[in-house]
Design a protein around this ligand. Structure first.
Ligand code: GRF
Length: 204
């Protein structure tokens, strides 16, 4: 029988707690999607083991096997097409995505970032927030465009920065919200509630 659920791919490089939140939402019936494949650029990524445990294909693609980022993304694209993927979720994916993927999946690649964008893009966003002295930080789910952490914003959640916070304690508090809003953003996409107009994502 034809599976009408949204076919989702997750690209992850590390521990995969956001992937786990997505898996849990699928297994609990809160997210009407099927995890079609998990792809990693790191063979030891815990995310791959989490995918296998869920019974989803887990694929390591070696960046060293391709001459440049575009060729690597072409290899990813081939894998996505093989699994008929409709939406790609980057979850702790530590590589910059090129036009090869973005053009093939316009407004169909999401990312989660641990700050309130456009503040603190790039690496170590939690430390950047502490160094700046902000009193509120949080996380952002956005569509992926060519600029790093720069695409149209889908969902954001705020988290207070507390006296004595370290990058780790702030990260832990932000992660709780990441897991909540990422699964929510994917659910909104899966259920057809997102429309992108320029930079603006309307939720209906
Ligand atoms: C998260 O903080 C996410 O916002 C950032 O990388 C981290 C990934 O964590 N892009 P995990 O691998 O999902 O646990």
């Amino acid at each position: 029988m034809h599976d009408a659920r949204l076919k989702l791919a997750v690209l992850a490089s590390g521990r995969g707690s956001n992937l786990q939140a997505i898996i849990d939402a699928i297994e609990n019936g809160k997210l009407n999607a099927a995890l079609a494949v998990v792809i990693s650029n790191k063979p030891e990524a815990a995310a791959l083991a989490r995918a296998r445990k869920h019974g989803a294909p887990a694929v390591f693609l070696d960046p060293k096997a391709t001459p440049d980022r575009e060729a690597y993304d072409a290899a990813i694209l081939e894998c996505l097409r093989k699994h008929e993927v409709e939406l790609v979720a980057l979850a702790g994916y530590m590589k910059i995505v090129t036009r090869v993927l973005i053009d093939a999946y316009p407004n169909r690649i999401m990312n989660i970032h641990p700050s309130l964008l456009p503040a603190f893009p790039g690496l170590k966003a939690q430390q950047q927030a502490l160094d700046w002295g902000v009193k509120v930080s949080g996380c952002t789910v956005h569509f992926v465009t060519e600029g790093v952490d720069a695409g149209p914003i889908i969902r954001q959640a705020t988290v207070p920065v507390l006296e004595g916070d370290t990058a780790e304690s702030l990260e832990t508090r932000i992660l709780v919200e990441e897991h909540r809003i990422y699964t929510e953003a994917i659910r909104l996409f899966a259920d057809g509630h997102l429309t992108v107009k320029g930079r603006y994502v309307s939720i209906t």
